[in-house]
Structure formats: C-alpha cells, structure tokens
Design a protein around this ligand. Structure first.
Ligand SMILES: *[C@@H]1O[C@H](CO)[C@@H](O)[C@H](O)[C@H]1NC(C)=O
Length: 181
C-alpha cells in the first residue's frame, strides 16, 4: 500500500515534469486513465492482434481505434480535430504507456482511415503531434461510423455525452481499468 502510494506520487511528479501523467497505470504497461481535457495525440495502426476480437484490418475504409484499456472494448468514440469528427469503434488495447510518456501526452491509436480523415495525411506518428479530442458517444447515439462535422454547440454536447457515458461505464466497471480493482 505504502509502495503503491509512493509510486503514485512519484508518477505524478514525473508526469508534471514531463507534461504527462497517468493516475491509473494498468495491465503492466498501459494507461487506463482518460485525458481530463479530452485531448490526445492521434497515431495510426492496423493489422496487429486484437484484445477485443475483430482484427484491425489495414485495407478498406474502416473506423476503429485501440485504447480499450481506457474506454472498454466495443465502445464508440467521437474523435475530433477542429470541426471535423469521426465516429469509431474500439477494437483493440494500446498503446503502451511508455509511448505516451515519450510523446508527453495520452494517445488515441486509430485506423489509417481515421488518420487520413482527420489530418489529410497518410500516416500519423506521435511525433507529428496531431492533437484531437476523444469522447465516448452518448448511449442513445445512432450516428453511423465514419466522418461528420460539428458546430461549436454540437461539440459541447459531445463533452456532456462523454461525462454521462463515462459515469455509467464506471458504475458498471466496464472501462477505465475498473475491472482491475
Ligand atoms: C465537412 O465539411 C467539409 C468542409 O466544409 C466538407 O467538405 C465535408 O464534405 C463535410 N463532411 C461531412 C461528412 O459532412
């Protein structure tokens, strides 16, 4: 207990020094915390194994992300950069916490299609520092996966929907590493 507390304090100090902190490290090498200001760097991945079932494919227009350790497998996320957003589904776990420490920010690892939709480019690495917001969709959200645009008001609503959805999944212990407690 004492050691856990000491490590928590240490990780906060180190986090503050480097602009990155993870209050809830989990699964040995990942971070289960969500970003308090909803901001992340966007990176892309595909083709690896999957922690959630379906294997993230490298071809086709697919809208998936990693980060299941934060949000839970199968959850839907709205990823936005400016007024441009993409609705995506969580397919896998990752990235490793050390990557986020190196980047100095939490990371949403997403499909190449999402990288292209939000940045116009063909690849997203953490050193590109493409900043996005990520929120969990409302439980009643019926928007299909894929791109959409938002007004400022709609953006505010996405943050509200996120708080409600996170409160629910924390109560159900299906996200954020709560199943580890
Ligand atoms: C979003 O807005 C851009 C620029 O106005 C437009 O080109 C694009 O088609 C819109 N996307 C969607 C999905 O409506």
């Amino acid at each position: 207990m004492r050691i856990a507390f000491f490590l928590l304090i240490l990780s906060i100090i180190v986090g503050l020094a480097y602009g990155y902190s993870c209050p809830k490290p989990c699964y040995g090498n990942m971070c289960c915390s969500t970003s308090p200001d909803h901001k992340y760097y966007l990176t892309d991945f595909c083709g690896s194994t999957s922690a959630c079932g379906p294997k993230p494919s490298c071809s086709g227009k697919l809208y998936f992300t990693a980060d299941s350790q934060r949000f839970g497998c199968g959850k839907h996320l709205n990823l936005c950069r400016g007024k441009k957003c993409v609705k995506a589904k969580v397919y896998d776990a990752g990235p490793a916490e050390w990557v986020e420490k190196d980047a100095g920010k939490m990371i949403i690892d997403a499909s190449p299609t999402i990288c292209h939709e939000l940045t116009g480019g063909s690849s997203c690495g953490w050193s590109d520092k493409f900043e996005i917001t990520a929120t969990v969709t409302s439980l009643t959200d019926s928007r299909p996966l894929g791109p959409f645009n938002v007004t400022e008001e709609e953006m505010d609503q996405l943050f509200i929907d996120h708080e409600i959805a996170m409160a629910q999944c924390e109560a159900e212990k299906t996200c954020n590493g709560f199943d580890l407690e």
